[in-house]
Write a protein that binds this ligand. Structure first.
Ligand code: DX5
Ligand code: ZN
Length: 224
């Protein structure tokens, strides 16, 4: 189906925050590729989560690539802060951003990896003009705001469209999916063209053994 190495990006949203450093070390030991940090402001999405302080606290704990998914109303106001806190990638939504090109250039100017995120109701076509400015596209497979939601299968044709567009104009760009990813849905997303899987509940919510949970996910997307 693919021939691409699939990367796993555990989302700390479902981690035990009383022992966040240990949780991150455990997924790192179990072979995580990125650490996914979900930032929510209570405006862009109806939930509040964490800010730059948490990225800063994680920085000495892990050498893994920290990607920061900004679900906030005015991301431009906080780019510098997240960059200084130690984010490696900064992912901003297409929705509600009147000057997305400028935002992406700013992220790059800060020396960080820019990524664009689209919600389930947003068509793949909006990516056409920004694809050459990003290193990563994140297709939301749930409506953003909460962990533990059900994967929306209606996003699969869109993932395929994004992959086709990438193959045409931006090969090498990461295609990430986020929301409801588990051992059942991960193979569907990968078959559609995703190569980076965000997973919160399936990794941190699966009981104590995050290594076994990650292995299960990995096995689900590994052929033969
Ligand atoms: C949703 C967040 C996701 C979420 C994924 O708004 O962007 O990263 O934590 O959680 P699960 O894997 O539980 O669906
Ligand atoms: Zn996310």
């Amino acid at each position: 189906m693919k021939n691409r190495r699939i990367k796993l990006a555990p989302s700390i949203l479902s981690a035990d925050f009383s022992r966040l450093g240990d949780e991150v070390s455990e997924v790192a030991k179990a072979g995580a590729d990125y650490i996914h940090v979900d930032v929510m402001d209570g405006h862009f999405v109806p939930n509040i989560s964490v800010g730059p302080l948490v990225v800063r606290s994680l920085r000495p704990v892990t050498s893994l690539h920290v990607e920061t998914h900004l679900m906030i109303s005015d991301p431009d106001l906080f780019l510098e802060e997240f960059a200084q806190a130690g984010s490696d990638s900064i992912l901003v939504h297409w929705e509600g951003n009147n000057n997305l090109h400028r935002t992406l250039q700013r992220i790059r100017a800060l020396g960080k990896r820019p990524g664009v995120v689209i919600n389930p109701a947003t068509p793949a076509a909006v990516l056409e003009e920004v694809l050459t400015d990003v290193e990563q596209v994140l297709v939301m497979t749930v409506n953003p705001g909460f962990g533990s939601q059900q994967f929306l299968r209606t996003t699969l044709p869109k993932i395929r469209r994004v992959r086709r567009m990438m193959d045409r104009i931006r090969p090498g760009c990461d295609l990430e999916v986020d929301g409801g990813i588990d051992a059942v849905t991960a193979p569907l997303a990968v078959a559609a063209g995703a190569n980076v899987l965000v997973a919160g509940t399936a990794i941190f919510g699966a009981g104590d053994d995050v290594a076994a949970a990650m292995e299960k996910l990995r096995a689900a997307v590994t052929e033969g």
